[in-house]
Design a protein around this ligand. Structure first.
Ligand code: FAD
Ligand code: FES
Length: 247
């Protein structure tokens, strides 16, 4: 169990939770997620997967958007409540040293990139590119800037940063680098657009597919691989080479 130590909205329909869970906090690595039980009763039965957006020695941060019943229940949590979490699950993202790393986030997809940024910024040149529909929907900008990494913003309506998709501002910056390492998280159409624009540059993506068991048994989360077979995001991911799957 984890104790909620802070719960607050950070944008319309998007919430940040800090929970105290030292056993998980000590070992979790960027890219991993928790399977969260959203109610004390049997309904809803399935846990909801939420990425770890940040961690210190004792606490974990979850940042989530309300999509349906489960996340609406999570949004009602308050300081002092208890949360049943399983984790850390999934394979950690690969770590690099001395590289030009680009973190491209769309909407709530910025969340898992924050934890990755914290770990990668120590030994790489990290640049962050965040996009959202409107300026009010851009999240965690101050958190990234507090790590002293350059952050570029894009909004669909032009209310903050450049007008247009984040993939459009990411493309020239990434192409300028001789050996870029690219991580992205966001809606599937955004990820597909980034892969298409950057081809053949590899793009490591956090794929937030629907999940069932979360442990590799049910194949609920599987996407077809380009060379046949299926990729299960709960075990082989959630961070995978997007160039190798059919999004
Ligand atoms: C590994 C992983 C990490 C994730 N990390 C985060 C995170 O850090 N923050 C966050 O906000 N969300 C994250 N998600 C997505 C989150 O798990 C879903 O939004 C959540 O399970 C929806 O539950 P619900 O009960 O609110 O919605 P439901 O009532 O189950 O569904 C409501 C609507 O959301 C859609 N939906 C459900 N699950 C997903 C999904 N996985 N992806 C896209 N659409 C979905 C449904 O099709 C439906 O239209 C992650 C998913 C995965 C697999
Ligand atoms: S969620 Fe069951 S195999 Fe991935």
């Amino acid at each position: 169990m984890a104790a909620v130590v802070e719960a607050r909205p950070i944008a319309a329909g998007i919430f940040s939770l800090w929970v105290e869970q030292p056993q998980i906090a000590r070992v979790v690595r960027p890219g991993q997620f928790l399977n969260v039980r959203v109610s004390a009763g049997p309904d809803p039965l399935l846990r909801r997967p939420i990425s770890v957006a940040d961690a210190d020695r004792r606490k974990l941060r979850l940042v989530f958007q309300v999509k349906g019943r489960g996340t609406a229940m999570l949004a009602r949590l308050r300081r002092g409540d208890e949360l049943d979490v399983l984790g850390p699950l999934g394979k950690p993202a690969r770590m690099t040293r001395g590289q030009d790393v680009f973190l491209v986030g769309g909407g709530v997809g910025a969340a898992p990139l924050l934890f990755l940024c914290r770990r990668l910024a120590r030994a790489n040149r990290v640049r962050v590119l965040l996009g959202a529909r409107t300026g009010e929907q851009l999240i965690l900008v101050r958190d990234f800037r507090a790590m002293r990494v350059p952050v570029k913003l894009a909004t669909d309506d032009g209310s903050l940063g450049c007008a247009g998709p984040v993939t459009e501002i990411a493309e020239p910056d990434i192409r300028e680098s001789s050996r870029p390492v690219v991580f992205a998280c966001g809606p599937k159409p955004m990820l597909a657009d980034l892969v298409r624009r950057l081809d053949p540059i590899p793009v490591w993506g956090f794929v937030e597919e629907r999940m069932g068991c979360g442990t590799g048994i049910c194949y609920c989360c599987a996407l077809p691989g380009k060379d046949g077979g299926y990729v299960r995001f709960c075990t082989e991911g959630p961070v995978v080479l997007l160039n190798e799957v059919k999004l």
